[in-house]
Design a protein around this ligand. Structure first.
Ligand code: UDP
Ligand code: MG
Length: 309
């Protein structure tokens, strides 16, 4: 039977893992594939690794690898993708927010309609704080207007892919990984299924407003050069404005001889231009920071131990 590799990034998921495996095993009985799990322990501080070891003793299809510290979900995803060997690959959260019972439907659709990717999308943002929903929507509006890579609102990392797509994603060697963008960038024949949002089964989410905001900035800087263009544009505009003002004052004083000293306006202009320069420097700095990180070519994660080759 073909293998379906299930990648599960885990950060402090000791409570959710046994429940997760039970659910997926039930679903596997309805499918004509062999599910092999690739749990990536992303530097959990609870008993996640011990739970994984126990689970791998009970079930020979449980593979796990454990990082030397917390490297973040993006790194865990990459480690998972690199470890898998299956003909089909899926990415799932450990907290059962990605319903395993949808897997058979996804697999059928992928095979019958010849898709390369079945992406999963949340039907609504019910149960999410209003402010967060607002900013999420705003993020998607911005990123889609400034980036050539289209990202659809509500798309999760939960997706089913063929081997070919996984290999394509692994071709992208960048260190600053924004998976939502990478998944979309590689293309292939993709369709999206919607499902209702679910509560976490156990444990706590590792995201808050600020980490999400930082994450969205990553997305924009990694997938768009628009802020750089904007900075240049602002510079040109202010040059034109100041030139026009220079002409205006020159002729005004020449004709009406009106040398009224105006230190307030001068100070305002200096502050305004200075502020804009700092803003643009900041934007450029963000990109240079990226280049700095990319050129160091540090490994994206370090594995401390694993139970497979
Ligand atoms: N996760 C991870 N490393 C991290 C943070 C999260 O591997 O640094 C995992 C986490 O264990 C879960 C998945 O990524 O399986 C999604 O995280 P979470 O449920 O906290 O995010 P949400 O579903 O709220 O977006
Ligand atoms: Mg979750």
């Amino acid at each position: 039977m073909p293998e379906l590799s299930v990648i599960v990034p885990c950060f402090n998921e000791e409570a959710a893992l046994p429940l997760f495996i039970d659910e997926v095993e039930k679903v596997n009985l309805q499918m004509d594939v062999d599910i092999v799990y690739y749990f990536v322990n992303d530097g959990s501080t609870d008993q996640t690794l011990e739970v994984l070891k126990q689970l791998s003793k009970e079930n020979s299809r449980v593979c796990y690898l454990s990082f030397s510290r917390n490297f973040g979900k993006e790194a865990a995803l990459l480690a998972g993708l690199e470890a898998t060997k299956g003909e089909f690959v899926t990415v799932m959260d450990a907290d059962l927010q990605d319903p395993p019972e949808l897997l058979p439907k996804m697999l059928n659709l992928l095979r019958e309609e010849n898709y390369d990717v079945i992406g999963m999308k949340r039907a609504s943002r019910n149960g999410e704080p209003v402010i967060r929903s607002y900013f999420s929507r705003l993020f998607y509006r911005i990123i889609n207007s400034v980036s050539d890579t289209k990202m659809i609102d509500g798309v999760r990392d939960f997706r089913l892919m063929t081997r070919q797509v996984v290999d394509a994603i692994l071709e992208l060697k960048e260190v600053n990984r924004f998976s939502k963008g990478l998944f979309s960038w590689v293309g292939f024949r993709t369709t999206y299924l919607s499902y209702e949002n679910r509560e976490r089964i156990a444990g706590e989410t590792s995201w808050n407003f600020w980490t999400l905001l930082k994450y969205s900035m990553e997305g924009i800087v990694n997938f768009s050069e628009a802020p750089l263009t904007m900075a240049a544009f602002v510079g040109i505009l202010s040059c034109f404005l100041s030139f026009a003002m220079m002409l205006y004052y020159f002729f005004r004083d020449l004709i009406w001889n009106n040398p009224v000293p105006g230190w307030v306006s001068t100070t305002c202009i200096i502050l305004f231009i200075g502020g804009m320069q700092l803003l643009c420097l900041g934007i450029i700095g963000k990109y240079i920071g990226r280049i700095f990180l990319e050129t160091k070519k540090r490994p994206i994660y370090l594995i401390k131990e694993k139970n497979f080759d």
